[in-house]
Design a protein around this ligand. Structure first.
Ligand code: COI
Length: 379
């Protein structure tokens, strides 16, 4: 009840002013908020910013744009966050024709708001759409939609150091289709939720379990793109591992059952001596944006970084292991269990992974100079 109060207050204010905020463009919504005191948002939503996990919090607005097959996406619109209506025969419901992305907005100490490499998410969505026979928004349209969604939900961007606004762009086949073929209509939708740490462990080291029975992806499949179809099949492995107290699962390649691919929600790195290694993305591993940012940062500060096949035996012999992802950021791995054997790794503040994490977070929140031009300041 208490958590909903500002939202209800906003709805009452909206109806009192007899102006509907449904389907406003971002510019119109922001002009309205600036010119009409009744719409002036409090700086922060009324939630407990100290205990954000990775659960969904209902925010104010979402963005939607549609297109029919072989057309380009229409000008999108912000509307109040809410349920979407779908045909029971929608391609996404029947044949899983869908992609998602994850990106974040950060609030700096000085109040500026930043996005981190949203163009890379746009490009990855385009590559995925090509693989899944879908129309996709242009890079500019994607980035603009992410900006609009972040700004419309600004009061949900956590205070500095408390987390970020996780932004979830979706591209789904919404047209009705009975036979197996591409959907006749696509919807590009963006919503957002404030988040803290992805894992319930918080920033404590993760305990990972290597599952050689279930595989995340196979050669020629869609493991290299962010298809929604890559995620439900790993739920069984994750629930089994979590039931035994592990944080997440590491998958091996489905041909040799020997080479490390990735975890359910993140890419994986190992450190041995002064060399950092990570499995090469060869179609079965997601090309993580945090993964490639960490590779660039590590090379720039003098580490040798190798992208190559990494066997599970080599991972078990590493000095240090960490994972990367948009949701996860950079997380230290404390132990890995494989075939009944558990190995423990170095943990603590002096780790290579922690050094890279601090640099990444500093760039994302504007405290470290962004010599890469990765951050996009939006306010
Ligand atoms: C992300 O890191 O943004 C992801 O999409 C992973 C997801 C399982 C939360």
């Amino acid at each position: 009840m208490i958590r909903q109060a500002p939202y209800l207050r906003r709805l009452i204010q909206t109806s009192l002013s007899k102006v509907s905020t449904r389907c406003l463009t971002a510019q119109a919504a922001s002009a309205l908020r600036d010119s009409e005191p009744m719409f002036r948002y409090e700086e922060y939503a009324d939630i407990d910013w100290n205990n954000l996990g990775f659960g969904l919090t209902r925010t104010d607005y979402m963005y939607t744009s549609k297109c029919t097959q072989n057309e380009t996406f229409q000008q999108g619109r912000l509307s109040d966050y809410g349920n979407v209506e779908l045909s029971p025969a929608a391609g996404v419901l029947n044949y899983g024709q869908g992609l998602f992305e994850g990106t974040k907005a950060f609030r700096g100490e000085d109040g500026r708001i930043f996005l981190f490499r949203p163009d890379q998410n746009a490009i990855r969505m385009q590559i995925g759409a090509e693989r899944m026979c879908m129309q996709s928004p242009s890079v500019q349209q994607f980035v603009d939609a992410v900006k609009q969604t972040a700004m419309a939900n600004k009061r949900w961007i956590p205070p500095p150091g408390k987390g970020s606004l996780y932004i979830r762009p979706l591209l789904i086949g919404t047209g009705p289709i009975l036979g197996l073929s591409p959907s006749p209509e696509y919807t590009f939708l963006v919503y957002a939720s404030p988040v803290g740490n992805y894992f319930k462990e918080g920033v404590a080291p993760l305990n990972l379990y290597v599952d050689d029975q279930f595989h995340r992806a196979t050669r020629g499949g869609a493991g290299g793109v962010k298809s929604i179809t890559n995620y439900a099949p790993v739920l069984k492995a994750i629930s089994r591992a979590k039931g035994e107290g592990f944080s997440d699962v590491i998958y091996l390649d489905s041909v040799h059952k020997k080479y490390v691919e990735e975890a359910s929600s993140c890419n994986i790195f190992l450190v041995k001596g002064n060399v950092i290694s990570t499995p090469a993305t060869v179609g079965t591993i997601l090309e993580g944006i945090t993964r490639k940012s960490i590779i660039d940062i590590a090379r720039d500060i003098g580490y040798k970084v190798e992208e190559r096949s990494v066997s599970i035996d080599e991972l078990m012999e590493a000095d240090e292991v960490f994972t990367t992802g948009t949701a996860v950021s950079v997380a230290t791995v404390g132990s890995i269990t494989y075939n009944g054997r558990r190995v423990d790794y170095k943990t603590g503040d002096e780790l290579v992974g922690q050094k890279l994490y601090k640099t990444l977070v500093g760039i994302q929140n504007g405290t470290i100079e962004d010599k890469y031009n990765w951050v996009v300041q939006i306010s």
